[in-house]
Ligand binder design. Structure first.
Ligand code: CTP
Length: 472
């Protein structure tokens, strides 16, 4: 087995080896770095495990660099990190761990490299490479991690029940690695996730959401959401997603399975953007469907208002998942709210006014909204898809034309409230708002063009209707 390191990585490892030798502690590269090198994925950090004090080793290593990097260390965990430009190295003493049943906090005692490999999550993460003089570069693979990499399999080194019971977050990690690497979770390991799913409750929401975000950022996030669903984890961590699952039938009429539709939309958008929040918008775009589902005689299944209900659910879901409650949440909410608008336009005779209103409501997020709508086309009927795509293209072109001529996207009122107050000697009051709204509506409806002179004349006209006198 040949692992290809960059010159810089080699230099760092040689310095670590020298520092460890001077302290007379054996040390090894372990975990994600070894796994990713073997698979051929890019690496930007490495874990070092030593048969001694990881913090002391980190200080010794840091001292061998010019300029000397700072050592960040956590005495309680016995871990230390140094950052070498864009490469991060984490040091820890080999441990033998056992976890108490009710918490993720391990009870730790010093151990051998084998003890340390035993307690790791998956065979592919338990591979180690020696940095010791006598066998520098030798691969230590007691659990056949190499074989599992070849077979693209995720399984635990110890019986899975023990590995997951030691740390239930690993159930999420199994699914995340399966998604990132396109690996399959071994049957026994997956069964253990199903059996232990309820234990995810002892894991902090932040850690769970970190894993969800990592799944979201993969090239095919549907793999992860499907596994979360099938393992039963989703029922505990995100039940609203489970409510999307399945198709109900009345009088032989069914609707599509909104869970599988949703994760298909997510995969579609993932092909076009790495933006985490657009991906969350795709995941949540139909989240209001279960609450609005109705079977209407003569019509079939309807989900009227699901975009409004869905948009209202977004802050609650973000709060529960401890996602940030900031402008990113607002963006997701806005996209959920507007996701039907472009497509509904394609069903009618598209007026300039409807296009202007869409540009106004979506503002600078119009491209993101169009991307979401494009991803939302998942029909299996090629004729339907073709028709949708043609209509979609037409709306897209019309949006460009109208934006070019009317500049609505980043619309600013051509007449400010201050101007209105000054012109008619008003304090901040209802008529000021009435005039401002009337100008905006007239522009969006195409009654007047989007410019100062037209808006000024319109203001004078509106003032007459409201019996306002201009002050000279
Ligand atoms: N590990 C573990 N159980 C956990 C977390 C981590 O056994 N709950 C071990 C694994 O051996 C893992 C290593 O610690 O490879 C480093 O963990 P981490 O940095 O979280 O993951 P990586 O495998 O490095 O992968 P990534 O950087 O993609 O998260």
């Amino acid at each position: 087995m040949q692992i290809v390191c960059t010159d810089r990585e080699l230099l760092i490892f040689e310095k670590i080896a020298a520092a460890a030798q001077s302290l007379e502690v054996p040390c090894y590269l372990i975990g994600g770095f070894v796994r990713d090198k073997i698979i051929g994925r890019p690496t930007k950090d490495a874990d070092i495990v030593c048969m001694g004090d990881g913090i002391e080793l980190a200080h010794r290593v840091a001292a061998s660099f010019q300029p000397k990097p700072t050592v960040a260390y956590f005495k309680t965990f016995g871990t230390a990190q140094i950052k070498l430009e864009d490469f991060e190295v984490e040091f820890v003493g080999a441990r033998k761990e056992s976890y108490s049943h009710h918490s993720r906090k391990p009870e730790v005692e010093p151990g051998s490299i084998e003890d340390d490999q035993d307690r790791r999550d998956f065979t592919i993460n338990a591979l180690a490479i020696s940095l010791n003089k006598e066998d520098f570069g030798m691969l230590i693979d007691p659990f056949n991690g190499m074989k599992d990499i070849d077979a693209k399999t995720i399984q635990t080194p110890l019986p899975p029940l023990q590995t997951f019971s030691d740390d239930p977050l690993r159930m999420m990690r199994a699914i995340r690695f399966a998604t990132q690497l396109h690996f399959t979770i071994a049957e026994e390991t997956f069964q253990a996730i199903k059996d232990n799913a309820h234990r995810i409750k002892i894991v902090s929401q932040e850690r769970i959401t970190d894993e969800l975000n990592k799944i979201m950022l993969t090239d095919q996030p549907s793999i992860g959401w499907d596994l979360l669903f099938r393992s039963g984890l989703l029922h505990i961590i995100f039940p609203q997603m489970v409510d999307l699952y399945g198709a109900e039938y009345v009088d032989g009429k069914g609707h599509k399975d909104n869970f599988y539709h949703t994760i298909q939309v997510l995969d579609n958008i993932a092909k076009n953007t790495d933006d985490l929040w657009l991906r969350w918008a795709a995941l949540l775009h139909d989240i209001g469907k279960p609450a609005t589902k109705k079977f209407e005689e003569g019509h079939g299944w309807t989900f009227h208002g699901h975009e409004v209900v869905g948009a209202r659910m977004v802050p609650k879901i973000f709060t529960r998942l401890k996602l940030p409650l900031n402008e990113k949440m607002k963006l997701v909410q806005k996209l959920v709210m507007l996701h039907l608008r472009p497509i509904s336009l394609t069903k009618e005779n598209i007026t300039d006014s409807a296009i202007r209103r869409l540009l106004f409501d979506a503002g600078e997020d119009i491209e993101s909204l169009m991307m979401l709508c494009n991803a939302d086309i998942t029909s299996k009927n090629p004729n339907k898809v073709k028709r949708f795509m043609q209509n979609f293209e037409m709306v897209h072109n019309r949006l460009q034309e109208v934006e070019e001529s009317d500049k609505i996207r980043n619309w600013q009122p051509p007449i400010s409230g201050e101007m209105i107050m000054e012109k008619f000697g008003l304090n901040p009051s209802k008529p000021v708002g009435l005039i401002k709204d009337a100008i905006r509506e007239a522009i969006l409806d195409g009654i007047i063009p989007n410019d100062f002179d037209a808006a000024y004349q319109f203001m004078l006209q509106k003032a007459v209707e409201l019996n306002l006198q201009a002050v000279e």
